[in-house]
Design a protein around this ligand. Structure first.
Ligand code: NAG
Ligand code: NAG
Length: 356
């Protein structure tokens, strides 16, 4: 998770607005993840995302990838060749990831433990300037490992340990040409076709439901928005109408299973007297939407796992815990165990908050 000092937060919010104002970029991204030593988790998982919405899914032993949106079903009905292409890629990737992770473990002397190899590949298209870019980069155990430089058509090792891999992959010219063709011809083509089929879905605006959540009376109050679309949104706490920066923890925007998004922002109220609470509210702002959703901080509307009048917090907490656990698992599946850092192109471990 990006760590931002309190001084940087206003800047971050400002940058978010800038990003919103200038956004014309569309993307088709493939996140592929291979794991070793993780029980009850598929060895290989890949998802295709169009403008950050999950469009397709494939995992170990799956012969045909699954479309995840109705418009993707329409697309492959009209263009069965595209599904054939994805089926082939899915099977190939399973084999190459297996071989690569086995090879890395052996070469890095890693006999046991959990290991994760990830790839983020795909393309972006700017529908105003027409600019297209392709990318293909790997992470190993949560850190950048190796990336393709499309200009020179060579691999760049991100760390010393990847150098042997670089030499080996640079020698495989057939694969390099294949990568290039996929990234600069096939991917932009598929992206434009997807945007055409998905236009009504991808151009919609959905407002979220916003709730205030609190685990225990001493926990921070979390303002949680879920179900919004697109993912260009911001949320913050205010006191007397002014944004609060102290004691605030901004969460990242995360994908929901249905193609919408969620986010939360926590406010630590431990030093705020109860009679002061009414001076606070939480603001959700969706890009391009005039009316913000404002939620007043009010004890009466806070949702909690606690059973009123009961000293035992266990049963209700357990149920909510299981549900949250399943949601977290979905998010993890979608993002491939690690969340892609939006602003710096790099891998980083998922915030441990989501793994608890
Ligand atoms: C691999 O492990 C063996 C046994 O623990 C050790 O002797 C060897 O030096 C290690 N090699 C590397 C490259 O770390
Ligand atoms: C909330 O703030 C208090 C001090 O004001 C601090 O002791 C406590 O650890 C904070 N809680 C969280 C969850 O950050």
């Amino acid at each position: 998770m990006l760590y931002l000092s309190n001084y940087m937060k206003p800047l971050f919010v400002f940058l978010l607005f800038c990003h919103v104002a200038s956004t014309v970029k569309h993307s088709l991204k493939y996140f592929s993840t291979s794991t070793s030593g993780v029980p009850n988790f598929p060895e290989f998982v890949a998802v295709a995302m169009v403008d950050e919405v999950q469009a397709g899914y494939c995992e170990s032993n799956m012969k045909t990838p699954e479309p995840r949106q109705d418009w993707v079903r329409d697309l492959i009905k009209d263009d069965p060749k595209q599904l054939e292409w994805y089926s082939l890629q899915c099977i190939r990737a399973q084999h190459s990831f297996r071989a690569n992770i086995d090879d890395l473990k052996q070469r890095l002397n890693q006999t046991g433990g959990i290991h994760i190899l990830q790839r983020m590949s795909g393309c972006e298209w700017d529908d105003v300037t027409g600019e297209e870019i392709g990318f293909n980069q790997y992470g190993y155990d949560g850190e950048d490992f190796i990336a393709l430089d499309l200009q020179t058509l060579t691999w760049t090792a991100s760390k010393q340990q990847a150098f042997t891999t670089k030499l080996r992959w640079d020698a495989d010219k057939t694969r390099l040409e294949d990568n290039k063709h996929n990234l600069i011809n096939i991917c932009p083509n598929f992206l434009k076709k997807s945007l055409h089929y998905g236009r009504s879905f991808l151009q919609r605006t959905d407002l979220p439901s916003v709730s205030l959540l609190q685990k225990t009376p001493s926990s921070p109050v979390s303002c949680h928005a879920t179900g919004f679309y697109p993912d260009r949104a911001m949320m913050f706490w205010r006191k007397d109408g002014e944004e609060v920066h102290e004691d605030v923890d901004h969460g990242e925007i995360l994908p929901n299973h249905d193609g919408s998004f969620q986010m939360s922002v926590d406010l630590n109220l431990s030093s705020v007297a109860p009679e002061e609470w009414r001076r606070y509210d939480c603001v959700f702002h969706l890009s391009g939407w005039k009316d913000d959703i404002i939620t007043k901080l009010d004890q009466a509307v806070i949702r909690t796992n606690r059973v009123p009048g009961s000293s035992s917090e266990f049963p209700a907490g357990l149920v909510v815990g299981v549900v949250v656990g399943l949601l977290v698992l979905l998010v993890i599946c979608i993002t491939g165990l690690f969340i892609w850092r939006r602003n710096n192109n790099g891998f980083l471990p998922v915030n441990s908050k989501y793994l608890k």
